[in-house]
Design a protein around this ligand. Structure first.
Ligand SMILES: Nc1nc2c(ncn2[C@@H]2O[C@H](COP(=O)(O)OP(=O)(O)OP(=O)(O)O)[C@@H](O)[C@H]2O)c(=O)[nH]1
Length: 386
């Protein structure tokens, strides 16, 4: 299985090129593997104090680094731009910032950095004194909000593996309260912060990142709706649509997610990928181990079944259901095929609208319509003719 788009690019903080065109239709952003011209990849910024765990998060979630190996990561002193193009749905860039970054330095181009940003993840080390981190959080979100009011602000209260359950909750409550009070006091009540307790030593970091990424997927309500229809017609308890490489779930049905179910599904993906890589490749080693024939069934000793079916090259559906309800596997499989067709249609629709928008005239008209202007005259003529 190949991991695409894993090449990191580094930029010196001080020498960040001012004319680095990273606008919405910049070819550098658009041209990832499998991407459509004109598509804007959402950008996720990872910020926080030094040693808070930013690089570790990025390496563990997107590059399969084991948590223990992060002990040897060196401090980041450049902005690291990482293109995550491993899935047709989850296509975005992560920019890992050095902890010591100074927003007031003249070379820090906040318009360019925050302008095209979808989400800003601010990492706070919960095992350390977090007062300085809260000040930096305040400075960062207010600065970013002034440039771009559409950014989703996500606060990771990180390294909670070292804390007792009580202390975890108390820390979360305290950070939540102080951060919001700081914003309220300076007149920024409209800024909304989401908080997540995370650690690279368990699945919480994958779960939190799933939620961050989901907010950047415009098709999310459609995907959730399709999953709801699938589970209600197939007597499935819970279903996750996974990005296989990162183990981020890009959608789930509307029943609540419990951490244990999510962990079970993640473990199942690991088992399937490992087995496929060891036994799934032909001798000539052509093709990928995970393909459109991939599926797996695991019976647990509590009468529950885990059922995985591949949706496309990047996505897999993992379902949890009761063993009794699996008697009607034919119906489940048939419903799954309908579900897969529907997902395919969502992709096709998205691709069509993106290639439509990538045509210069349509793009201008789309932007005009977003800001309430009339379409350009050329397109008026075209539509009158048609
Ligand atoms: N206990 C624990 N340690 C963690 C966790 N995440 C990261 N660390 C450790 O924190 C240390 C710093 O991690 P980095 O990822 O280098 O931190 P950073 O924020 O990128 O640091 P800079 O590059 O200096 O800005 C490493 O020794 C990691 O092993 C976690 O969830 N739990």
């Amino acid at each position: 299985m190949s991991y695409e788009g894993e090449e990191d690019e580094q930029y010196d903080v001080g020498s960040f090129p001012k004319d680095f065109g990273y606008g919405p239709f910049d070819p550098d952003v658009d041209g990832g593997p499998g991407s459509i011209p004109g598509e804007q990849k959402p950008r996720i910024l990872l910020m926080g104090l030094r040693r808070s765990g930013k690089s570790s998060i990025q390496k563990v979630v997107f590059h399969k680094m084991s948590p223990n190996e992060t002990l040897f990561l060196e401090s980041t002193n450049k902005i690291i731009k990482d293109d995550i193009s491993n899935s047709s749905f989850v296509q975005f860039q992560i920019w890992d910032f050095p902890g010591q970054i100074d927003f007031f330095e003249p070379t820090f181009d906040s318009d360019m950095i925050f302008g095209g940003c979808g989400a800003l993840v601010f990492v706070i080390d919960a095992q350390d004194d977090y007062m300085e981190a809260l000040n930096k959080l305040h400075l960062t979100v207010t600065k970013a909000f002034k440039v771009n009011q559409n950014i989703k602000f996500e606060v990771f209260i990180h390294k909670v593996d070292g804390l007792s359950d009580d202390y975890k909750m108390e820390t979360q409550r305290d950070i939540h309260q102080r951060a919001n009070e700081n914003l309220g006091d300076s007149g920024y009540d409209q800024i909304h912060l989401s908080f997540h307790l995370t650690s690279i030593y368990d699945h919480s970091i994958f779960e939190a990142f799933s939620k961050v990424v989901q907010k950047l997927i415009p098709q999310l309500p459609t995907l959730e709706n399709l999953l709801n229809i699938l589970i209600s017609n197939s007597a499935i308890e819970k279903a996750f649509l996974f990005d296989v490489v990162s183990k981020i779930y890009i959608a789930t049905d509307s029943s609540p997610v419990d951490m244990q179910s999510y962990e079970l599904c993640c473990d199942m993906i690991d088992v399937v990928i490992d087995m496929s890589c060891i036994y799934g490749l032909h001798e000539d080693a052509e093709g990928t181990a995970f393909d459109n024939q991939s599926s797996s069934l695991i019976k647990l000793n509590n009468g529950t079944i885990l059922y995985l079916r591949e949706v496309n090259k990047f996505l897999a559906l993992v379902c949890i259901l009761r063993e009794d309800n699996f008697d009607r596997q034919g119906v489940i499989d048939y419903n799954f095929l309908c579900f897969r067709d529907a997902i395919q249609q969502v992709f096709e629709l998205r691709n069509k609208s993106q290639s439509f928008l990538s045509q210069p005239n349509h793009r201008i008209n789309h932007v005009n319509s977003q800001i309430g202007l009339e379409p350009s005259p050329q397109t008026n003529v075209g539509s009158a003719q048609s």
